[in-house]
Design a protein around this ligand. Sequence first.
Ligand SMILES: Nc1nc2c(ncn2[C@@H]2O[C@H](COP(=O)(O)OP(=O)(O)OP(=O)(O)O)[C@@H](O)[C@H]2O)c(=O)[nH]1
Length: 386
Amino acid sequence: MTFNPLTGEFAQLAHETAFLAHKLPQTRALLGFTLVFCTLFYLAFAVSDFAALGYGPQFLQLCAARGIVAATAGTCAWCAYRTPLSVRATRVAASTAEIVALGCFMFIAVRRPGEFHWHAMSLAIMLIVIYLYIPNSFANALLLASGATAAFLALALRFGRMSAADVVTMVMLLLLANAFGALAARRFNCASREEYQARTQLQHAAARDHLTGCFNRRHLHDHLMRPGPRTAGGPLTVVLCDIDNFKRINDTYGHACGDAVLRSFADLLGAMTRDGIDSVVRYGGEEFLAILPGTDVDGGIRLAERLRTRFAATGVAAGDGTTLVRTTASFGVACADSGSDDADRVLRDLIAAADKLMYDAKRGGRDRVCALRLASPRAPVSTPSP
Ligand SMILES: Nc1nc2c(ncn2[C@@H]2O[C@H](COP(=O)(O)OP(=O)(O)OP(=O)(O)O)[C@@H](O)[C@H]2O)c(=O)[nH]1
């Protein structure tokens, strides 16, 4: 995962999309809270309108402008809290509230032209809020903040009653607010993505076997054996695979060669199963488990047979690379209807059945597939021959 050096967001769209989806519940809560918080301040500043203009039509106009901002931001906050907004929708809501607030702010500034230096300070704070607090993309924040700055300066020059020194100070203040806001937003983007990256790597390391990249037993017990869409309804097949005479490979060619054989088996199994649907687990030293949702017993047997023949034909280079090491594997295939109730128990029983079948295959002379279809996990109905 790499970062965009300008924005601090992930350079690859897929990573950025996954990050934003992961953060969405927090983003929605933050958006709702920030909009409500800012709106209350925006309304409270009507006091300054009253102090500047007194009660009258002009004051009421500014109150109406502040009311429009409150209504827009309030609606966006309500949507963020109450409806399952997508990432894109949260950005539209954030940008809409910001555009309305900035537009009304410009209107108020023009109606109180004697105080442009104070308005500049208010705008500087609003810019920091846009860059840092209202969740939006870096590009949107930059566009809105720099657009608002340019519009404000144009209005200040046109309507403001300021000395040249005031104008220069105002320009410097707003440039500073934009520069610090953008830098801080970039740093915040990097920090939150680094944390996400570390968390993802940790989750990956906790769930995977280091040597083969397959899922480990912990993941099997903590996730795959829990009820969920993988095991809810339809046929479910498990294939338990054990490499034959593996100890001999270790003893003859060394553990490095044994490791290479394990990796080659795992690679074949990974390539023959479906990404995101099937799960491949390193079940023991040289034992692998494939969990195949929506696959019947014939599908499981076909996979095991393909794997058996491909693996038997695959040579792994040993030591100096001149010797090719080949071995075989034995397979137990068990299938049942997973049903929607107690799907984790079905999987547990299927693994136990496949384990027995795999030992049948070993006893039958190795390099073979033994399969069984269970009517219910505890009641075998047929035993197809190896
Ligand atoms: N190189 C390597 N060897 C491992 C690893 N994990 C377990 N082993 C070895 O795998 C071997 C398994 O041996 P056995 O259980 O006797 O199985 P086998 O020799 O394949 O015999 P059968 O299963 O009956 O065909 C043991 O010697 C373990 O030390 C590993 O990660 N790398």
